[in-house]
Design a protein around this ligand. Structure first.
Ligand SMILES: C[S@@+](CC[C@H](N)C(=O)[O-])C[C@H]1O[C@@H](n2cnc3c(N)ncnc32)[C@H](O)[C@@H]1O
Length: 217
């Protein structure tokens, strides 16, 4: 993400929205890997992690690969992004892949401010979203997951970037983080039930990613 300018730290501000929509408008999306995260694919397809059925959410979904991957007849996924271009691109990709819109929908939503459906979400996937937020927003991020995931629901968090920033970056986003940063903001409402430090990773993110699953208490 070497050409991404400094992120602003208040999700309610116009500057925050124009920061992210501006990146999409200018096709400045260096985080986009064009595919499902290898760690998520491994967890679900190889390790056969059993997810609760119901509704799932991927906030900051970008082009939507991970939301499309998780969608199934028993798990209706919503990919949420504040950029209209991201949402349009994800919907187009979904149509190209002929995935029914009853399995997965992409919507322009601000993670911090939208009406949560009755019954909440049973699954959420967070990758390159926590790290995209200014560190001052982390507590709100944790509180929000506590609000929107129902008891017993699973939050899959692919922790990134751990230990060091990706090459050529000396300032966020992405912001450097640690497992402890997740514990600080999730432990009140979630219990860590799975961690795999040896998970598969994108080839240029080796050593920077660890997949975790947190259960809503
Ligand atoms: C670093 S990108 C990651 C995109 C995607 N997860 C991926 O890995 O390709 C962060 C995304 O979060 C979106 N975003 C930022 N703040 C958001 C918010 N409050 N609600 C929803 N989406 C947001 C941005 O528009 C951007 O698409």
């Amino acid at each position: 993400m070497n050409s991404v300018p400094k992120v602003v730290d208040n999700a309610n501000s116009d500057d925050y929205h124009s920061f992210w929509t501006g990146l999409w408008d200018n096709k400045n999306t260096p985080w986009d890997k064009g595919d499902v995260s290898p760690a998520l694919r491994e967890l679900i397809s190889e390790k056969k992690w059993q997810l609760p059925s119901g509704r799932g959410l991927v906030p900051g979904c970008g082009c939507g690969y991970d939301a499309m991957f998780l969608a199934s007849p028993s798990l209706h996924m919503t990919g949420a992004d504040i950029s209209p271009i991201a949402v349009e691109t994800a919907n187009k990709l979904r149509d190209e892949k002929q995935i029914p819109s009853s399995f997965v929908e992409f919507r322009k939503l601000d993670f911090f401010n939208f009406d949560v459906p009755e019954g909440k979400y049973q699954v959420a996937y967070d990758y390159t979203f926590f790290c995209a937020l200014h560190p001052s927003m982390r507590a709100k991020w944790g509180e929000r997951y506590g609000e929107i995931i129902s008891s017993g629901g699973h939050l899959i968090a692919l922790m990134f970037p751990l230990d060091k920033l990706p090459e050529n970056r000396d300032v966020g986003p992405p912001f450097l983080l640690s497992e402890e940063d997740y514990h600080k903001v999730l432990d009140d409402n979630f219990e860590l039930i799975h961690i795999d430090p040896k998970c598969k990773t994108h080839s240029d993110r080796v050593g920077l990613e660890v997949i975790t699953v947190w259960r809503r208490k």
